[in-house]
Design a binder for this molecule. Structure first.
Ligand SMILES: O=P(O)(O)OC[C@@H](O)[C@@H](O)c1c[nH]c2ccccc12
Length: 279
């Protein structure tokens, strides 16, 4: 399996953003989430973000919450999500980054979690509700078991918070594109570009943008300002709205192809404004 750092390097060498599609473990069921992850690798994704369902997901919008409820109803847990990761890792060579809230990890046992994550082939973990200043124990086991850490920064983060998150992270920084919850949006906010410039000024870590990204133009817009993009809700909705599993896979394959192609391309701010004014 290639490392997270190598995945970003490869994308950079090819002059594009790293493409990071998301799937929730257990959505629509566990074997299907493995199948989707395999399709991600086949269609050129650089990293897979694997979400763990949780009953009290504070940053999640309605789409991810629905997926979460469905996965929980299927009986998916952190334990079984680690098995899902292991099944994915057996089939693909790109890194898997697991997204879980802190509570399930605490209950599982922090050390045991990092040990099992490492054995399951997980390269890094995103814990959205873990504060960098409270991450000492997590950092210790993250180093011991060589599972990277990702922290989130948002447009409302102060420069001091950005610095703190950048010091605590070692895989990449997850830059939340907007003030709000996850979910596909029509356009990206105007404050995103200055925010990303600010973050860039504080760290050399790869910057990954997520929340709201659903169209190829969103990816083109970020070409100059980020190193990677996460797409989650748009994918979940596509699966939910497909009349059959086969049609879901077909639409998904086409969509992933379009989004991946956009990672090579760049769209200037002027062009973005033009699109907006003629819309
Ligand atoms: O769904 P969107 O708008 O494409 O955004 C990605 C996001 O859902 C995914 O990365 C994620 C799911 N749950 C999270 C919780 C916190 C931060 C990030 C996440």
């Amino acid at each position: 399996m290639i490392s997270v750092a190598d995945s970003f390097q490869k994308a950079r060498d090819e002059g594009r953003l790293a493409f990071i599609p998301y799937i929730m473990s257990g959505f629509p069921d566990e074997p299907a989430s493995v199948e989707i992850a395999k399709m991600y690798a086949e269609t050129g994704a650089d990293i897979i973000e694997l979400g763990v369902p949780f009953s009290d997901p504070l940053a999640d919008g309605p789409t991810i919450q629905r997926a979460s409820n469905r996965a929980l109803a299927n009986g998916t847990t952190l334990r079984s999500s680690l098995e899902v990761a292991e099944n994915i890792a057996r089939e693909v060579s790109i890194p898997i980054v697991m997204m879980s809230y802190y509570n399930p990890i605490l209950r599982y046992g922090v050390q045991r979690f990092f040990q099992d994550a490492s054995n399951s082939g997980i390269s890094a973990v995103i814990i959205p509700d873990l504060l960098p200043e409270e991450s000492e124990e997590v950092s210790t086991y993250s180093s011991e078991y060589e599972v990277g850490l990702v922290f989130l920064v948002a447009p409302t983060s102060t420069v001091d918070r950005i610095k703190l998150a950048a010091q605590a992270a070692n895989a990449f920084l997850y830059c939340v594109s907007l003030t709000g919850v996850t979910g596909a949006r029509d356009s990206l906010p105007d404050y995103l570009e200055p925010f990303l410039r600010t973050v860039r000024g504080q760290t050399d870590l790869p910057l990954v943008v997520g929340f709201g990204i659903s169209k190829p133009d969103h990816i083109r817009q970020l070409h100059q300002f980020a190193d990677g993009v996460v797409v989650a809700s748009a994918i979940i909705s596509m699966i939910e709205n497909s009349p059959s599993w086969q049609e879901a896979l077909d639409s998904l394959r086409a969509y992933l192809g379009q989004m991946r192609a956009a990672t090579f391309e760049s769209l200037s701010k002027e062009n973005v404004n033009e699109i907006k004014s003629t819309a």
